[in-house]
Design a protein around this ligand. Structure first.
Ligand code: VG1
Ligand code: CO
Length: 542
């Protein structure tokens, strides 16, 4: 039976960098989830009888929302829903399923690297038929709908069994519960030289993969341990938990500290990696060396041709604006185009669809390629493994040789979390107000050369996205970028991105925070971070 329910609009359902993210308790308000899902469906056209993919990262509240979404999809007119067993699909796996089965789109339930549990975070995002996050044109429509919604429709039916693979019927719609891992593992096997990687493991290569009790566990176990023959125990924290074991499933040096410490020990494995809540991020650490995500992007681009899936070379590289310029010099050496986009994977979709870029990356530990339309944590790990299997050198040697050839971009991001919203907005507004006057002025011994608020002109569809981050370039080539996070759920998070090209002698040994000390001081002087936020130091340094 179809139920039509009257509802009132919520005024806080504007999708952020990657969908709508709020506290679970916020999502649990009456009709909050239903309003947003109805607003998604109402923003779409032409999906009658078509397929919708639904899956999530397994966090608390995932199953309830999946049941709701399926029952609403049945009334909206979809012909088929594909849902991962147990409600599980990593974000890249969902992107692959959408593409492989030519679905109309997908709903991904995740708050990614944010913690999970009844008092933590949840998120909903919509992906289009190319498998990628909905572009701004659609998220704007969804947002407009959330402001005017007055009713939603849902099928009044018992819950589906999400744990039994196979087909069920709901009203006029079929629901197929699929193996969340199989299609993805097959795709990875088509891109990389599995026999070479397997031979490397057989030869004694050691690795530790921290799945952070999040969605990548089953994927990593199947691919690394079962298909590639890595010893059991290579994957740690491999069982997805609704609350990620109480941790932040954020693969950075703060939240993956155990892995980092292990990789810095004398008896460290050859290679260490981690992924985030929904499986789209990656952390790469070699024995004795952390590889910054920006460097990892550059290294993967420079060496991708060593993997069968990329043997014919790259069409272009795309990176988000705050990501370091390390990839730019690789693009230059390869004589291919480099694209600079705003933060968030949705901006890469057009470039990938148009064949302009093959590999994309963000400083926030996201890397991916045209194999799907999301960033992909395990993909990056496998590309690294493929490169290591061919080059047969330690990660440290590969990285230092890269720096010797291209120069080293010293790079760090300082996050100030849960800052009072007014203080954060005030800081950004004050910076924006001074942009025209900054060039030529000297702050903390650095002279400002350029200052602007990044606007992106999409070269494929001509759309313009304004106010994507304040960037200040100094005369010596160093740079600082300021922006506010679009994924946080309490107060504002100020992100300060700091970068300097370090080509002098000893650059491989130079500690990053020390190398960037003058840029860090200039950033504080420019923005008044300490005085405006009341913070002495960042909460997270990556
Ligand atoms: C952050 C990262 C951004 C990433 C986004 C989603 O956004 O900075 O690079 O694309 O998270 O990643 P923000 O607006 O908080 O800076 V995920 O793995 O959370 O889906
Ligand atoms: Co993520």
């Amino acid at each position: 039976m179809i139920k039509t329910v009257s509802t009132t609009a919520f005024d806080d359902q504007k999708p952020g960098t990657s969908g709508l993210r709020k506290k679970v308790r916020h999502f649990q308000q009456t009709n909050y989830v239903q309003n947003f899902i109805q607003s998604i469906f109402d923003s779409l056209e032409g999906f009658e009888g078509k397929t919708l993919v639904i899956g999530g990262d397994g966090r608390y509240f995932n199953r309830e929302v999946i049941q709701t979404a399926i029952k609403m999809a049945a009334v909206a007119g979809f012909g088929r829903v594909l849902v991962g067993k147990g409600g599980i699909l990593s974000t890249p796996a969902a992107s692959n399923v959408i593409r492989k089965y030519a679905a109309f789109g997908g709903i991904i339930l995740s708050a990614s690297h944010n913690p999970g549990g009844p008092d933590e975070d949840f998120g909903i995002k919509y992906n289009i038929g190319n498998g990628g996050p909905a572009p701004e044109g659609i998220t704007d429509k969804i947002h407009a709908n959330t402001k005017s919604i007055t009713e939603y429709t849902i099928l009044d039916a018992p819950d589906l069994d999400l744990d039994a693979q196979g087909t069920q019927t709901l009203g006029d719609m079929t629901v197929e519960v699929i193996d969340p891992v199989a299609d993805y593992a097959e795709l990875m096997e088509s891109l990389f030289d599995f026999p070479a990687i397997r031979a490397m493991f057989e030869g004694g290569f050691t690795m530790s993969f921290d799945a952070m009790s999040a969605v990548t566990g089953p994927y990593a176990t199947e691919i690394l341990e079962n298909r590639l023959g890595a010893p059991k125990g290579t994957v740690v924290n491999g069982t997805p938990l609704e609350d990620f074991g109480g941790h932040h499933p954020d693969p950075n040096l703060v939240h993956a500290k155990e892995l980092y410490d292990r990789m810095m020990a004398d008896d460290a494995p050859d290679f260490g990696a981690a992924s985030d809540g929904d499986g789209d991020r990656n952390l790469i650490i070699g024995r004795g060396i952390f590889v910054t995500p920006s460097d990892s992007l550059a290294l993967l681009a420079a060496n991708a041709h060593l993997a069968p899936g990329y043997a014919k070379g790259l069409a272009g590289i795309a990176r988000s604006m705050p990501t370091s310029g390390a990839a730019d010099r690789v693009a230059e050496a390869l004589c291919i185009e480099i694209y600079e986009t705003p933060t968030g994977w949705k901006f890469f979709g057009n470039l990938l669809d148009a064949g302009k870029a093959t590999i994309c990356g963000e400083e926030s530990a996201g890397t991916g390629s045209d194999h799907v339309r999301e960033k992909d944590g395990l993909w990056a790990v496998l590309l690294w493994l493929n490169i290591l299997a061919v080059r047969k050198e330690p990660v440290k040697d590969i990285v230092t040789a890269h720096w010797a050839k291209y120069g080293r971009n010293q790079y760090t991001r300082h996050d100030y979390e849960a800052v009072e919203t007014d203080a954060a907005n005030g800081l950004m507004d004050a910076l924006r107000g001074r942009l025209a006057d900054l060039p030529g002025t000297t702050v903390a011994d650095l002279t400002v050369a350029t200052a602007d608020d990044f606007s992106y002109h999409d070269p494929v569809d001509g759309s313009v996205s304004k106010n994507q981050g304040v960037r200040i370039g100094f005369e010596d080539g160093s740079r600082v970028v300021f922006r506010l996070s679009g994924t946080g759920t309490s107060g504002a998070t100020l992100r300060v991105y700091l970068e300097k090209l370090d080509t002098g002698p000893g650059s491989a040994e130079r500690e990053t925070q020390a190398a960037l000390a003058d840029v860090i001081a200039a950033a504080d002087e420019l923005a008044g971070i300490k005085s405006r936020t009341g913070r002495d130091a960042p909460d997270v340094i990556t």
